[in-house]
Design a protein around this ligand. Structure first.
Ligand code: MN
Length: 484
């Protein structure tokens, strides 16, 4: 089920007891961060918060601000219109394994699930709620009227933290939607923090080579399924809009932006339209980042706004990042669950995968496999290091299929017990995340893999592997009855 608007999603969260309203005035400078951080650090991710009266430098914002709207397992599922995120993972699996039906039952099932694929196609509309109100440069309205957060004390300014950035490949016209933070320079200018490995940066490079100005549109709010799609690790070239339509089982409605040749979601709360000039950069940062550290000042492209459009009933969506766990942990966790079938298609021996909060996404990856042959754990590590964002995985720990990768303590037990450090580890060279401050040179570094599986004789371990100490199932069943 999809959400007709971000406001309607917030209302559903409220009826489900997942959202708290804060009517008192709270400053967009630091104060909202501190309240949201406490919420995100509370068990299970706390509640979403709706600030009804955000204050912009002592002035009351005309728009409320919602934060932590996807910051729990339940809210993340609700954002995708689901009870549980696994429902979408099952549909992904079904899609990848679809075979010609042999029976009527199979045909009906294929048809029913195939419906989701039909909805992947977007629909184009002529008028849209996101363009209820249109502001242009030179008028009274500007970015200074949006409750954009200054998140942390040493941040270089105010940052848009939950934007979905729409760009096009100038050669093919292919769309990309990504999430890149935006530092506000003035009422009509921001930074555009797309890192060198990102698709939008590749698009930007092509405009640069062609000597053309790059049209860009940024949507804020709307159905959270689209916001999530912008962060999802889709294979490069797979349209986020198609994925969102498939996920929510309803076509995304797109409308042409007012001042640039880019299609934007009709239901968005705000749309920032404009362009990036090829070659123009400006110092961006510092910013209290999802690594838990500040990223320093670096040159990034500049976004010049040509229009700001919004819904009459707009809510400004925000998040904060910092020392984990934060709201983004739940978004990342959902991504892993939903895309596990894609990993499994490439590597059938993979059973499960987890990115624990302490690793801030790709610093630490736990993966369990059904091992058949010597050095299979290394094949998996190298495979993952070659796939999309997994190229950044700093430490990969491979365990056997009977280890629960979502239980960090169980994985550490296997890692410590099952490894001979020299024999069971490997180093590789690979691209590093631009945000990682540890490598000596930005964007390049080393990664390490640990094989914490049982060793086979073919791996040089010929003295027999012991069994885990476990109680018999009969006594376990007896104890359950005894205790119950
Ligand atoms: Mn993409």
């Amino acid at each position: 089920m999809s959400h007709p608007s971000f406001r309607s999603f917030c209302e559903k969260l409220e009826s489900a007891g997942e959202l708290r309203r804060i009517s008192a005035p709270v400053a967009t400078e630091l104060e909202i961060t501190e309240l949201a951080d406490r919420e995100m650090k509370s068990p299970g991710g706390g509640s979403a918060l709706l600030f009804e009266c955000p204050m912009i430098g002592g002035r009351k914002s005309a728009f409320p601000l919602a934060i932590n709207s996807m910051g729990s397992r339940r809210r993340m599922a609700m954002a995708l219109g689901l009870e549980r995120v696994d429902e979408l993972a099952d549909r992904m699996q079904f899609l990848l394994k679809a075979k010609p039906p042999r029976t009527l039952g199979e045909a009906i099932e294929l048809l029913r699930n195939g419906i989701g694929v039909i909805h992947a196609r977007p629909r184009h509309v002529r008028s849209a709620a996101c363009q209820d109100v249109v502001h242009r440069p030179g008028g009274k309205f500007s970015l200074d009227d949006l409750p954009i957060l200054r998140c942390w004390p040493d941040d270089g300014g105010r940052f848009v933290t939950l934007p979905t950035v729409y760009t096009k490949d100038p050669d093919t016209g292919d769309r990309n939607v990504g999430m890149y933070r935006m530092q506000v320079y003035d009422g009509w200018t921001t930074g555009m923090h797309w890192q060198v490995h990102k698709v939008a940066a590749r698009h930007g490079k092509r405009y640069y080579e062609r000597g053309e100005k790059m049209p860009v549109a940024v949507a804020l709010g709307g159905d959270p399924a689209l916001t999530f799609a912008a962060t999802a690790p889709l294979p490069d070239g797979l349209d986020e809009i198609l994925f969102a339509g498939f996920a929510r089982k309803r076509s995304v409605e797109l409308v042409k932006a007012v001042t640039v040749d880019i299609d934007v979601p009709a239901d968005a709360d705000f749309v920032l339209e404009g362009y990036v000039m090829p070659g123009e950069v400006r110092p961006e940062g510092p910013f209290g980042d999802h690594t838990g550290f500040y990223t320093g000042v670096e040159d990034y492209p500049v976004f010049h706004l040509t229009a700001i459009t919004h819904r009459r009933d707009a809510i400004y969506p925000a998040t904060i990042v910092g020392i984990p766990p934060m709201e983004d942990f739940y978004m990342g966790e959902a991504s892993v669950r939903i895309f596990l079938p894609v990993f499994k298609m490439n590597f059938p021996e993979i059973v499960d995968m987890a990115l624990p909060a302490e690793g801030v996404f790709h610093n630490l990856v736990f993966v369990s496999i059904r091992k058949q042959y010597p050095h299979q754990a290394y094949k998996i590590m190298h495979g993952l290091w070659g796939m999309g964002q997994m190229m950044f995985a700093k430490y990969i720990v491979v365990v056997d299929d009977d280890c629960d990768v979502h239980n960090t303590s169980e994985v550490l037990f296997r890692l410590c017990a099952n490894t001979d450090p020299q024999r069971d580890s490997t180093f590789v060279k690979n691209p590093s995340d631009s945000l990682d401050h540890a490598p000596s040179i930005v964007n390049v570094g080393s990664h390490m893999g640990f094989d914490a599986t049982r060793k086979l004789p073919g791996e040089g371990h010929t003295r027999g592997w012991p069994s885990l100490v476990k109680m018999s199932p009969e006594i376990k069943a007896w104890a359950d009855r005894f205790a119950g």
